[in-house]
Ligand binder design. Structure first.
Ligand code: ZN
Length: 110
């Protein structure tokens, strides 16, 4: 499905939620990836890239959109990260002191 660029573009333009889960749209100009039904204004087709899963988009260096929340995130994972932080085992605790990422940016919720 995600290889059929024309169909993907049409689904994104229509914000068609029936396509949610079939593919994910990444936007090269913003570095963000979305569900097809994202309420945000669709980008130009030339700036879109399509991936078969949120994980694939993430691996390609894109961040999850805050509007449609496409991240493959589960509450148990958020708890696991919080637990690691509280024990000091999380790699973020081993970074040199200074203005680091906020807890919100480091642990987005879906
Ligand atoms: Zn979105």
């Amino acid at each position: 499905m995600y290889q059929d660029v024309e169909r993907c573009v049409r689904a994104v333009r229509a914000k068609d939620e029936r396509f949610d889960g079939w593919f994910f749209t990444a936007v090269v100009t913003t570095g963000i990836y979305c569900r097809p039904s994202c309420p945000a204004t669709p980008p130009k087709p030339a700036n879109m890239r399509f991936y078969p899963s949120a994980a694939a988009a993430q691996q390609a260096g894109f961040r999850a959109c805050k509007h449609c929340r496409p991240a493959p995130w589960r509450p148990w994972r958020a708890y696991a990260v919080q637990y690691l932080w509280s024990t000091g085992d999380h790699p973020i605790n081993q970074l040199p002191a200074g203005p680091g990422p906020t807890a919100r940016a480091a642990a987005p919720r879906a």
